[in-house]
Write a protein that binds this ligand. Structure first.
Ligand SMILES: [Zn+2]
Length: 220
């Protein structure tokens, strides 16, 4: 479903899946294709919005937990899109993709990386996304900030009334606190997390940060 301008939202469908966000444009970008079991459902939903897999050129991830990147390889085959990682994600690939999945007794959702994003910015048409390294939930977490649209795609760093867990490989409470502190200073109208609902409205986003800072972070 369309959220704002060329930004589309496809909610998580079940266990070990995540929210997917798509930018329709040139290049077309998919953020977190999710779990391969739900990929055909997701592609159908995208097609209802007039987005074909072939319209997507770039696959990026908020981080490389299996529920976010499990479908990278399969989506790549269906679309000919290329997977672009941020350097911190490539650096932590083994820890997050491989060790992380084994902790759950699962086969890692491995995929081939096509290129690295050398600059902390990603553009599609007139949409510009700043890539903000936001470690804590995992060391490779990044957020995508659309300053003009006041949108933050925040992966598992922040949820509605909660934060991501810190007990998976490479998780770090102090890093998460610092990441959330600095993200809370951004001008945000739409907070788009990797799980559960979207937080819409600047006041609601501010209340969400305040709630997390006073009720969640102190107990981590
Ligand atoms: Zn995660």
């Amino acid at each position: 479903m369309k959220l704002i301008n060329n930004l589309y939202f496809y909610p998580e469908q079940g266990m070990l899946d995540c929210n997917t966000y798509v930018i329709k444009g040139s290049p077309g970008i998919i953020i977190d294709p999710g779990n391969p079991d739900y990929l055909s459902f997701r592609i159908n939903a995208m097609q209802q919005d007039g987005i074909k897999p072939g319209d997507i050129d770039t696959i990026v991830n908020t981080h490389l937990h299996i529920d976010h990147c499990g479908a990278n390889e399969e989506f790549k085959k269906l679309s000919n899109a290329r997977v672009a990682l941020y350097p911190v994600q490539k650096k932590n690939y083994q820890l997050v993709v491989v060790d992380g999945a084994r902790l759950f007794g699962m086969e890692p959702g491995e995929f081939t990386v096509d290129y690295l994003l050398e600059e902390p910015v990603l553009k599609s048409g007139n949409i510009q996304m700043e890539i903000i390294s936001s470690p804590g939930h995992s060391p490779d977490c990044v957020c995508f900030y659309l300053q003009k649209e006041k949108v933050l795609v925040c992966g598992d760093v922040i949820f509605e009334m909660n934060t991501g867990r810190v007990d998976l490989p490479g998780g770090n409470t102090d890093d998460l606190k610092k990441s959330i502190e600095s993200l809370s200073r951004l001008d945000i109208e739409y907070l788009l997390p990797g799980h559960m609902g979207v937080v819409a409205g600047a006041e609601k986003v501010k209340q969400n940060f305040d709630f997390i800072k006073s009720n969640v972070l102190p107990w981590l």
